[in-house]
Write a protein that binds this ligand. Structure first.
Ligand SMILES: Nc1ncnc2c1ncn2[C@@H]1O[C@H](COP(=O)(O)OP(=O)(O)OP(=O)(O)O)[C@@H](O)[C@H]1O
Ligand SMILES: [Mg+2]
Length: 266
């Protein structure tokens, strides 16, 4: 998947803000690309371009060689192929719906993914896949923990059998221990569901646990894109060094950065 130069202008009362300019990224099959950068650097704007929620003024988003337009102009099969997990399941899950209804809703839009007669089993499988007891199907989001709610969000996205999962700060609202459980789940699901993941975060500790490659954004531009190992051990851009320096300060000097391959189970 390549999206050379998605560029977005946001028209205010008098000014035009160039949110993202000249970002050229690609994601391989079964790869996790982390998109990092400070607040306002344009990460979510890139995600919205990939999902087709905003249209780049210049540049294109392509998926397996096909150019993707805005979401409502995408063929159903391509809408399905790219799914999103948001930061806050508290607000992205409808509080009035049960977990079962939330997941079944996805199949109303894309019925061919789970034929009607198979949906009871498909629902149980969708929940089991994300480590939830199928018994939670009758509960509402308010009856679940933050981690369980984020598992429901992931189940809802995977219910459509996407090829690319876009996670925008998907673990940022969770406690550190729950965060690592969800990150491990995503790493497992990536393998079992043959997924590519665009993982947006401002948290380098999270990047270290999940990323194969890291793209660093600053003020709407891509400043560096390299393997996680390279970025953590030999960053080339001064801004990346600055980000890593800040993370080192937070985590204690001298602590080494492990990349995904070195992460062990709990
Ligand atoms: N709807 C909007 N109207 C005006 N400006 C916007 C809008 N959405 C985003 N921006 C601006 O575009 C730039 C990029 O924003 P974006 O949300 O993509 O950043 P981000 O990297 O996701 O930040 P965060 O880490 O805070 O989520 C920022 O300068 C932001 O203020
Ligand atoms: Mg954002």
């Amino acid at each position: 998947m390549t999206f050379p130069g998605p560029r977005r202008s946001l028209r205010g009362a008098r000014t035009i803000v160039q949110a993202v300019d000249g970002v050229d990224l690609d994601i391989q099959a079964q790869e996790t690309l982390a998109l990092v950068g400070e607040s306002g650097s344009g990460k979510s704007t890139v995600a919205r371009c990939v999902l087709g929620l905003v249209n780049p003024q210049q540049g294109t988003i392509t998926y397996e060689g096909r150019e993707l337009g805005p979401v409502d102009k995408r063929p159903a099969e391509l809408q399905r192929a790219i799914q999103m997990v948001f930061q806050d399941p508290g607000s992205s899950l409808n509080p009035r719906m049960t977990v079962a209804a939330i997941i079944r809703e996805a199949w109303k839009v894309h019925p061919a993914v789970a034929p009607k007669g198979d949906r009871r089993q498909a629902l149980a499988d969708a929940l089991t896949d994300v480590g939830l007891d199928p018994g939670v199907a009758d509960r509402r989001p308010s009856a679940l923990s933050g981690g369980q709610r984020q598992r429901v969000s992931i189940a809802r996205a995977l219910a459509l059998r996407p090829r690319l999962l876009v996670c925008d700060e998907a673990v940022s609202a969770l406690d550190v221990s729950v965060q690592s459980q969800i990150l491990r789940l995503l790493v497992d699901l990536q393998r079992t569901h043959d997924l590519s993941i665009l993982f947006i975060t401002h948290d380098l500790a999270v990047v270290r646990q999940i990323a194969d490659r890291v793209a660093v954004m600053r003020k709407g531009e891509l400043v560096e894109c390299a393997s996680a190992e390279e970025v953590f051990t030999a960053p080339s851009h001064s801004y990346t060094k600055q980000l890593l320096g800040a993370a080192y300060d937070l985590e204690g000097a001298g602590r080494s950065f492990e990349t995904r391959g070195a992460v062990s189970g709990e």
